[in-house]
Write a protein that binds this ligand. Structure first.
Ligand code: UGA
Length: 437
């Protein structure tokens, strides 16, 4: 068996590394030459736990990296994992996927093999039927379901646990027509992800399943953030105890109830916007989803207000931001609420120092010389007038009174309650904790 994976971002690189490390001949394809040459040397283009190890193993076994799309020739399965970024109006940008699908169509027109094309990229319901399928048929002059297979295969992996989620996802969703291609795909996944439930449905439903997942996750986060804000107004209340107790109810579940500065990343914010957009177009008022988004935006405003209330005018003040990655375990800052906070504070004239164990270089690409970048937590806190913990990195658990002593003003905002149990010699505010009495 030979598999091609087109688009070597988080999903594509992880998938191709896992496939080839299992001994399946895999061609990882990306149009970016520089990216390809780095990956071919065993260096991932982003930080993801265990990825480098898996990639190196894959390269030794059966992984070929190339920027030549024609390498899809004679592949049994062709996974398309290119990005579908957000446009300014909240819709998704289909240009990458359209371009790839057009080229794939042309290439398979000359192919004797009947490949199965699987779309992993997140696309709005209706895209497969109305956009991808017609482009493929037009360019290949072949018929889907007869000459090639076309299957929606949404991805559910989380950054920072991408390898684990690729090996053991909670579900495999296959959307499309029930043809011999679907049967072959089902067989493939039952071996690749043994004991994982497989849901077979049509394209539109598969596409919707993906959005329903991400918007529900965002809803859970905004829900707990709203409750956390209420808790903050009630002396001695603790959001983590509330969330832990709720999480024990099997109807609720304990995941995604960690209150904080709001959800970020390259997926949740984008997907909720896209579905709000679709919903409005369909004449369904997206009341709940709009509220979810609004609550998310408010979290950053709360933090800015808290800073102002405690240090007065922000202009000229030295503030330290601890964590700019959109969550721990990654160097990814796309859609990071911490980056948004830095932008807001810079606009207000703050002098910002940033610390992050993994994402400093990425932050530098955005803020250049407008902020300071510091590699150690004690140095980051030295002489600052307020420290704001934004990302739940383990490093911040080590902050103690000796480090705090070096701050010009001993004031900490802890959006993740990392330091909750410590007896700190500082004014301490945490999201979701009522003031101690
Ligand atoms: C998300 C989904 O969780 C994946 O299932 C999906 O495959 C992926 O998007 C995608 O569509 O590609 P990811 O973007 O890696 O994965 O990030 P999450 O782990 O979902 O975290 C998103 C944001 O929510 C982060 O900023 C995180 O800090 C925040 N979050 C998460 C909370 O504030 N509280 C929580 O309890 C959980």
């Amino acid at each position: 068996m030979k598999i091609a994976v087109i688009g070597l971002g988080f999903v594509g690189l992880t998938l191709s590394s896992v496939l080839a490390s299992r001994g399946i001949t895999t061609i990882g394809i990306d149009s970016d030459r520089k990216k390809c040459s780095k990956i071919a040397k065993g260096i991932p283009t982003f930080f993801e736990p265990n990825l480098e190890k898996t990639l190196k193993k894959a390269l030794k076994k059966k992984l070929i990296i190339t920027n030549k799309l024609y390498s899809i020739n004679n592949c049994d399965f062709i996974f398309i994992t290119v990005g579908t970024p957000e446009k300014k109006n909240g819709e998704i940008d289909l240009s990458f996927i359209k371009e790839v699908v057009r080229s794939v169509g042309k290439l398979i027109s000359k192919n004797k093999k009947k490949p199965i094309i699987l779309i992993k990229s997140t696309v709005i319901p209706g895209t497969m039927k109305n956009v991808v399928l017609p482009i493929l048929e037009r360019n290949s002059k072949k018929k889907a379901g007869k000459d090639f297979g076309l299957i929606s295969n949404p991805e559910f992996l989380q950054e920072s646990r991408a390898i684990h989620d690729t090996i053991k996802p909670h579900v495999v969703v296959l959307g499309g027509y029930r043809t011999k291609f679907m049967k072959k795909t089902e067989k493939f996944f039952s071996r690749f992800n043994p004991n994982v439930p497989i849901i077979i449905t049509n394209h539109q439903t598969a596409e919707m399943i993906k959005y329903a997942h991400n918007t529900f996750l965002a809803t859970k986060i905004s829900f707990i953030n709203q409750i956390a804000n209420i808790c903050q107004g009630i002396p001695d209340t603790n959001i983590d105890d509330v969330a832990n107790a709720m999480g024990l109810d099997p109807r609720i579940g304990n995941l995604f109830l960690n209150a904080g500065p709001g959800y970020g990343g390259s997926c949740l914010p984008k997907d909720i916007k896209a579905i709000i957009n679709l919903s409005s177009k369909l004449g369904v008022n997206p009341t709940l989803l709009t509220a979810v988004e609004k609550i998310n935006k408010q979290q950053i405003s709360h933090i800015v207000t808290l800073v102002k209330q405690n240090i007065g005018k922000i202009n000229g003040k030295k503030l330290t931001i601890l964590g700019v990655a959109f969550k721990p375990g990654t160097d990814d800052i796309r859609g990071s609420v911490s980056i948004d906070l830095v932008k807001r504070l810079l606009k207000l004239g703050a002098k910002i120092t940033i610390h992050d164990p993994k994402a400093l270089e990425n932050a530098r690409k955005i803020f250049h010389d407008n902020t300071k970048y510091v590699k150690s937590v004690p140095s980051a806190l030295k002489d600052c007038q307020c420290a704001i913990i934004m990302t739940q990195w383990k490093d911040y658990e080590r902050i103690n009174n000796k480090i705090i002593k070096q701050m010009a003003k001993k004031f900490i905002i802890d959006t993740r309650r990392v330091l909750y149990n410590k007896n700190l010699d500082a004014k301490y505010y945490a999201i979701g904790l009522g003031q101690k009495i």
